[in-house]
Write a protein that binds this ligand. Structure first.
Ligand SMILES: Cc1cc2nc3c(=O)[nH]c(=O)nc-3n(C[C@H](O)[C@H](O)[C@H](O)COP(=O)(O)OP(=O)(O)OC[C@H]3O[C@@H](n4cnc5c(N)ncnc54)[C@H](O)[C@@H]3O)c2cc1C
Length: 332
């Protein structure tokens, strides 16, 4: 166990908080032992740190999930079932799948973080979500160390949401996931105009989609290695149609995505830009200049500085549009 370890390099906001007690977990046996340790009542689970904002030092036992490995557990003529352990890097998995002609996650290229956290918010990008290829995951109950299997239905996936953010929040550690991927006749998702434009005049295949996604993301999103950030800080709000109609009357060009006759999703980035906060900067923190969904740490901001900015943005949107923005990032 490491004592008083700085987590600055373990979170992509690059916030300097201390973990009073830190263990690198490399196997489920280690994990069970650590979870059942009586010295700490609570255990904090850390993956790649790309979706959390640390606002205080961690007094709980911090378990950095680093369980490696992957294997094909079943194969048919059309698909494979691939089991990947929680400590593997997500993007490296996508790359490996593209290299081996396994289809389904190429649109999710270049999302930072580890496998174990992917089901927590049902990661998604460019028209694809984890749930589209998800078969099951194995979890360990934090209280008992008992292993359980969660199927697709058990996970209750939704837009950036799952049972692990709701009823089972902080109850389980995800130790591996199983994905069903295609071996041939891949179903390419070119729903996004930007992706279609990028791939124009090229063959539509896994490699070209993968490369196009990386190019788009590199142009759009700040690199956490250069400027601390956690990608989108806010979820895109989903509002009822009567509320949507009121806003649309005022802003004819309001962008939206129709979820059903009764609900519409609005880009939070558009709302933030409309209240004049795109590129807003205060001391060491700010709203990114070209991607307003992203809050950034320009230097040595604390987690509280970033959280204060998040509330400032949220309050402005509430006041102007009567919309309650939800945080996508986990606040610790
Ligand atoms: C530049 C950038 C771009 C991004 N783009 C996207 C995007 O396009 N789409 C998207 O969905 N997300 C995106 N994200 C967010 C992030 O990459 C994902 O949410 C990712 O899955 C987080 O993985 P992680 O290992 O870093 O999780 P962490 O940040 O370490 O943890 C996130 C949460 O999950 C919990 N957790 C972590 N591992 C486990 C486990 N094994 N078992 C149980 N709980 C666990 C943690 O306690 C924490 O609450 C982006 C982030 C950045 C920095």
């Amino acid at each position: 166990m490491e004592i008083n370890k700085s987590l600055k390099l373990y979170n992509t906001f690059r916030v300097d908080c201390i973990s009073e007690s830190f263990i690198n977990i490399t196997s489920t046996t280690n994990l069970k032992k650590a979870l059942l340790s009586n010295s700490f009542r609570n255990k904090f689970i850390l993956g790649g740190g790309s979706n959390l904002l640390l606002t205080k030092n961690i007094k709980d036992l911090c378990l950095h999930i680093n369980i490696k490995g992957r294997k094909i557990i079943k194969e048919t003529s059309k698909s494979i079932y691939l089991e990947i352990n929680a400590g593997e890097n997500w993007h490296k998995l996508v790359l490996w799948c593209v290299e081996n002609n396994y289809g389904g996650i190429e649109n999710l290229a270049y999302i930072p973080g580890n496998i174990g956290a992917a089901p927590i918010q049902n990661i998604g990008a460019y028209g694809v979500e984890l749930q589209d290829v998800f078969s099951s995951c194995m979890v360990m109950e934090k209280k008992t160390g008992k292993i359980e299997k969660f199927t697709l239905n058990d996970c209750e996936f939704n837009y950036r949401d799952s049972v692990f953010k709701n009823n089972y929040k902080n109850k389980f550690v995800i130790t591996s996931i199983c994905l069903k991927l295609s071996k041939k006749n891949h179903k390419f998702n070119l729903e996004y105009e930007g992706l279609r434009d990028e791939i124009e005049n090229k063959d539509i295949n896994l490699r070209n989609i993968f490369n196009a996604i990386i190019k788009i993301r590199k142009n759009k999103l700040p690199d956490p290695k250069k400027i601390g950030n956690c990608g989108s800080f806010f979820k895109n709000p989903i509002i009822p149609s009567n509320h949507f109609n009121l806003i649309q009357k005022k802003f004819i060009n309001l962008p939206y995505f129709k979820i059903s006759n009764n609900f519409f999703k609005i880009p939070a980035a558009w709302l933030i830009e409309k209240v004049g906060l795109k590129g807003f900067k205060k001391n060491e923190v700010g709203v990114h200049i070209s991607q307003p969904l992203v809050l950034v740490n320009y230097g040595n901001a604390s987690g509280k500085d970033i959280l204060d900015l998040a509330h400032f943005v949220k309050n402005k949107i509430k006041k102007e549009f009567d919309i309650e923005l939800e945080f996508e990032v986990n606040i610790i």
